[in-house]
Design a protein around this ligand. Structure first.
Ligand SMILES: [Zn+2]
Length: 272
């Protein structure tokens, strides 16, 4: 993987409108935005003029971000729910009030409980969700120049904790590798890295599980060796996110670290 490619970064802790303006000014430039949703995950990708959302936090932040850019004509081409925890999915339900989703992807290996049933019922019954799809390890989507590989979970896999059945995505666009591992822990990460040698020196790492110590293993992070790390967590959260040894190791690796707590909403343009 060439390491000299240009990733331009814009971030804003307070001026979301300015960031939206920059984003809107360059709608044809491929970009990845980590939306500041506090404690949770929400990412908006604009690739080949295709709008892709990965998770949606728990509040109105992603709705506000997309409303600022697209007003009432928001059409999301692809939406991915990594797992059914409120800090990833609640904001997506709110988004359906004003955005149409052409293709919604989630996995059906999550343990079925009332929370999951409530979410899926709302998603299936929404008139704004056009198509729903199940996604498992081995599934691949080709969206223009973008290739989306699903690395986890296997169709036969189940676990009581939805973090373990997070959909794990590797996005290949141009020369860039973008790794979105949901909230998996280090045991699942180890399994994935064993199977996929391509995950050495990724360009963008969405740090798993908000930088939790349960997802941390220095050997695995040295393999990933990310150029840019996105860390999404709430200021003064009660979960101990992020785990400080993880930050120290990323600093040692020379990774550019962007966190919602320190930088707010961050957009990276994938320029070559
Ligand atoms: Zn989470």
């Amino acid at each position: 993987m060439p390491r000299g490619l240009l990733l331009r970064v814009f971030f804003s802790t307070t001026f979301l409108g300015l960031l939206a303006f920059l984003y809107f000014k360059h709608p044809s430039r491929d970009s990845v935005t980590m939306v500041n949703v506090g404690q949770g995950d929400a990412f908006v990708l604009n690739i080949d003029n295709t709008l892709i959302v990965v998770d949606g936090g728990s509040g109105n932040d992603i709705s506000y971000f997309l409303r600022t850019i697209y007003a009432k004509s928001c059409v999301i081409d692809y939406m991915f729910i990594t797992h059914f925890h409120a800090d990833h999915v609640d904001g997506l339900l709110r988004l359906l009030d004003h955005c149409k989703v052409l293709n919604l992807y989630f996995n059906d290996t999550d343990s079925v409980n009332e929370t999951v049933l409530g979410f899926t019922k709302s998603l299936y019954s929404s008139a704004n969700v056009i198509h729903t799809h199940s996604l498992n390890k081995g599934d691949t989507l080709n969206i223009g120049d973008l290739e989306v590989l699903t690395l986890w979970p296997p169709a036969s896999y189940s676990h009581d904790d939805p973090n373990f059945t997070s959909i794990v995505l590797l996005l290949k666009i141009k020369q860039f590798l973008l790794f979105f591992p949901g909230d998996i822990d280090s045991t699942v990460l180890r399994t994935i890295l064993k199977e996929h040698s391509i995950l050495r020196n990724v360009d963008i790492l969405k740090v798993p599980h908000h930088g939790s110590k349960y997802s941390y293993d220095p050997v695995l992070y040295e393999m990933l060796n990310p150029r840019i790390a996105f860390l999404s967590y709430g200021i003064d959260n009660n979960f101990g996110h992020p785990y400080m040894p993880l930050i120290l190791l990323l600093n040692t690796l020379g990774t550019q670290i962007y966190s919602t707590a320190n930088h707010g909403t961050v957009t990276v343009y994938l320029d070559t």
